[in-house]
Design a protein around this ligand. Structure first.
Ligand SMILES: [Zn+2]
Length: 236
C-alpha cells in the first residue's frame, strides 16, 4: 500500500474529476476507467481503477496495482474489466504513460455515426494529433476489443473513439490524458453542432496540421528515447 500510494492517489484524483465532469455517465456513472504506467524493476506496472465500483465512493485502497501479466501486487483484486485494453495501449505505445477510457457525451455521438473527427482547431490538433479515429466495436473487456484498439494506435494520436461504446484518451502523463479527454469533448461538441447546421465544415489545411503536430511528435520521440536509454543502461 505504501509503495504505490502516490500513484494510486493520482489515479483516484483524476477518476473523481472525470466522474464530476460527467464523463463516466450521468450522476455517479461507472462507465469508464483510468490507469497509469509505473516503471519498476522487473518490468512496468499498471495502476488502474477497479471493476464495477462507483467512482464517488472509491478510496485509494480500491485502486489496483498489477504487473502486465495480470498478477496483482497491491489493492483491489478485481481490476477494471478493460485492463486488457489499457495494456494494449502501453504495449504498443511506449510514449504513453496514462490511459483514460470514458463514456463522455459528445464523443459518444461519433461512436454511433462512426465518423472520425478531422483537425478542426489549432489548440486541439496540437495536443491530440491530426485525427480522432474510430476503433471497431467489440464486446467490453474482450480480447478482440484490445486487439482492435492496438490496431489503431500507430497513427500516434492521443484520442480515439470506440464504435458504439465511448472514448479513449492517452498521454505522457495522467494530467495530459485528462486534458486530451477534455479537448476531445470540446472538438466533438463543436463538430457535432457544426454538422447539424448542414453547412460546409472547414478543416485545418495539411501544412498547418504538420506544423501543429511537430512538438507532439518530438515529445513522443523524446519519451521513447528516454525509455530506450533506461533499458540499455539496465536501470529497468
Ligand atoms: Zn466503457
Amino acid at each position: 500500500m505504501i509503495q504505490y500510494r502516490r500513484h494510486r492517489e493520482e489515479v483516484l484524483t483524476y477518476s473523481r474529476m472525470l466522474s464530476a465532469d460527467g464523463y463516466f455517465g450521468p450522476a455517479s456513472g461507472t462507465g469508464g476507467n483510468v490507469s497509469m504506467r509505473v516503471e519498476a524493476e522487473g518490468g512496468d506496472l499498471i495502476v488502474i481503477t477497479p471493476s464495477g465500483k462507483v467512482y464517488a465512493e472509491l478510496s485509494a485502497a480500491d485502486i489496483c496495482v498489477a504487473r502486465f501479466d495480470g498478477s496483482i501486487i497491491e489493492g483491489n483484486p478485481a481490476p477494471s474489466i478493460e485492463t486488457g485494453m489499457h495494456l494494449a495501449v502501453y504495449r504498443n505505445r511506449p510514449d504513453v504513460n496514462a490511459v483514460i477510457h470514458t463514456h463522455q457525451p459528445y464523443a459518444s455521438i461519433f461512436a454511433l455515426i462512426n465518423q472520425p473527427i478531422p483537425p478542426l482547431f489549432d489548440e486541439v490538433t496540437a495536443k491530440i494529433g491530426p485525427v480522432v479515429e474510430i476503433i471497431p466495436h467489440a464486446l467490453s473487456g474482450s480480447v478482440e476489443l484490445a486487439e482492435n484498439v492496438a490496431s489503431r494506435l500507430k497513427n500516434g494520436c492521443n484520442c480515439y473513439i470506440i464504435q458504439n461504446h465511448g472514448a479513449l484518451a492517452v498521454g505522457l502523463t495522467l494530467q495530459a490524458a485528462y486534458k486530451h479527454s477534455g479537448l476531445l469533448e470540446k472538438t466533438a461538441q463543436a463538430y457535432y453542432q457544426a454538422l447539424s447546421t448542414g453547412k460546409e465544415v472547414t478543416v485545418l489545411p495539411d501544412y498547418i496540421v504538420c506544423l501543429l503536430t511537430e512538438q507532439l511528435k518530438s515529445e513522443q520521440q523524446n519519451e521513447i528515447a528516454r525509455k530506450m536509454q533506461l533499458s540499455i543502461s539496465g536501470k529497468l
